[in-house]
Design a protein around this ligand. Structure first.
Ligand code: NAD
Ligand code: WQD
Length: 338
């Protein structure tokens, strides 16, 4: 298949692009680099051993998108483009709603105009909000999100569901990612957050690199075995393979399907710190701090639906995640900036 990756220069998309090419697909990228670097695409091409056609454009720019669709015959689109920082979305809600919704609406209108009706969307476990029980199943009722970023994902899920209801020729897979971490095993591509990281693993790798002094563990009084928050960390390369499986699935089915991409296993913050120290032989100084507003005790997937429908499951271990995250960080202390 010839597949368009919106937000294709980003963390998850670059890893997915490689897996798509490995599986024999063709890929085209569009990104405006609002949260990524052109260097990521150069590294991707180096790893792929081939050029990857790429456009610099805003996915909300209808003219630019029309041109891209006119110049290429796409079989499917994976829609990664979006702003993703939870805390930032609380302070800049309009920017988040505008960017995440406009990109999706413009993309779908352009797809419709060009007769492309197969879409895989980057949703998030954040749409489950504060769960009543874990593991989380796709058919559980979402009582509401805890931040504007989460609401954009929730709203986009509803929009895409409506598109499928209205036109039975559409095939949409809504992938709810849990906590993607790690990097390609080459250490050439990985997660490159701007400024101080919000997420646990990039924070840990920057402490390990000496860029940050210590980790603050956000609370140790949660209802979990060691009191620290439990999450479903998934290796980004496993996640990337899940997209290849989702594209194959979308090619053979119509309608809208929600699918969790997680491992089904929860690890606590201290589990991650301990594994990182053991695997990499690096010390991570930490202090126990207050809870972070909006955090939940535990969040992990029931991955049964992905197994059944996509014939996919995560294969990499927590040790792989820690090793690969550190290989990327230590080889690229300032990310793609050198
Ligand atoms: P990322 O920021 O690395 O990638 C997103 C890419 O989209 C960036 O390259 C950015 O420049 C681009 N982009 C944003 N707005 C754009 C626009 N208007 N036009 C063109 N390009 C635009 O993030 P990621 O971690 O790779 O996440 C990819 C997707 O997965 C996002 O939609 C994110 O919300 C979702 N997601 C991420 C996580 C996670 O923890 N990383 C978890 C669940 C869901
Ligand atoms: C993980 C655990 C923290 C940082 C977020 C988004 C979610 C999805 C994935 C996009 C929690 C603890 C963290 C730190 C800590 N993204 N922590 N000290 O919050 O589970 O999920 O990323 O869709 O929507 O909310 O991930 O990596 O921020 O936190 O103790 O400095 O680590 O409290 O228990 P989270 P995270």
């Amino acid at each position: 298949m010839n597949i368009l990756l919106t937000g294709g220069a980003g963390y998850i998309a670059t890893h997915t692009c490689l897996e798509l090419l490995k599986a024999g697909h063709r890929a085209v990228i569009v990104d405006n680099y609002v949260n990524s670097q052109p260097e990521a695409v150069s590294r991707l091409e180096e790893l792929a051993g081939q050029p990857v056609p790429h456009y610099v454009a805003d996915v909300a720019d209808r003219e630019a998108m029309d041109r891209i669709f006119s110049e290429n015959a796409f079989d499917a689109v994976i829609h990664f483009a979006g702003l993703k920082a939870v805390g930032e979305s609380v302070h800049q809600p309009l920017r988040y709603y505008r960017n995440n919704l406009d990109t999706t609406l413009t993309l779908c209108e352009t797809m419709q105009a060009h007769g492309v009706r197969r879409l895989v969307f980057s949703s998030s476990a954040t749409v489950y909000g504060v769960p009543d029980e874990v593991p989380l199943r796709e058919d559980m009722f979402c009582k509401g999100c805890t931040n504007p970023y989460g609401w954009t994902k929730y709203m986009i899920e509803k929009i895409l569901g409506g598109v499928c209801d209205a036109d039975p020729e559409w095939s949409v897979v809504l992938l709810r990612y849990f906590n993607p971490i790690g990097a390609h095993e080459s250490g050439r591509i990985g997660e490159d957050p701007q400024g101080i990281p919000n997420n646990l693993m990039p924070f840990i790798t920057q402490v390990a690199a000496g860029r940050l002094d210590h980790l603050s563990v956000f609370g140790n009084d949660y209802d979990t075995p060691d009191g620290t928050g439990v999450r479903d960390y998934i290796h980004v390369v496993d996640l990337a393979r899940g997209h290849v499986a989702a594209c194959d699935y979308a090619a053979g089915h119509a309608g809208c399907e929600i699918i969790n991409l997680g491992t089904g296993v929860g690890y606590s913050v201290l589990d991650i710190v301990n594994a990182f120290e053991r695997v990499n032989g690096v010390k991570i100084p930490y202090v126990i701090g207050p809870r972070r507003p909006g955090d939940v005790d535990a969040c992990y997937a029931d991955p049964a639906k992905a197994r059944a429908l996509l014939h996919w499951e995560a294969e990499k271990t927590l040790d792989d995640m820690c090793r690969d995250a550190w290989r990327w960080q230590s080889a690229n202390p300032r990310g793609y900036r050198g």
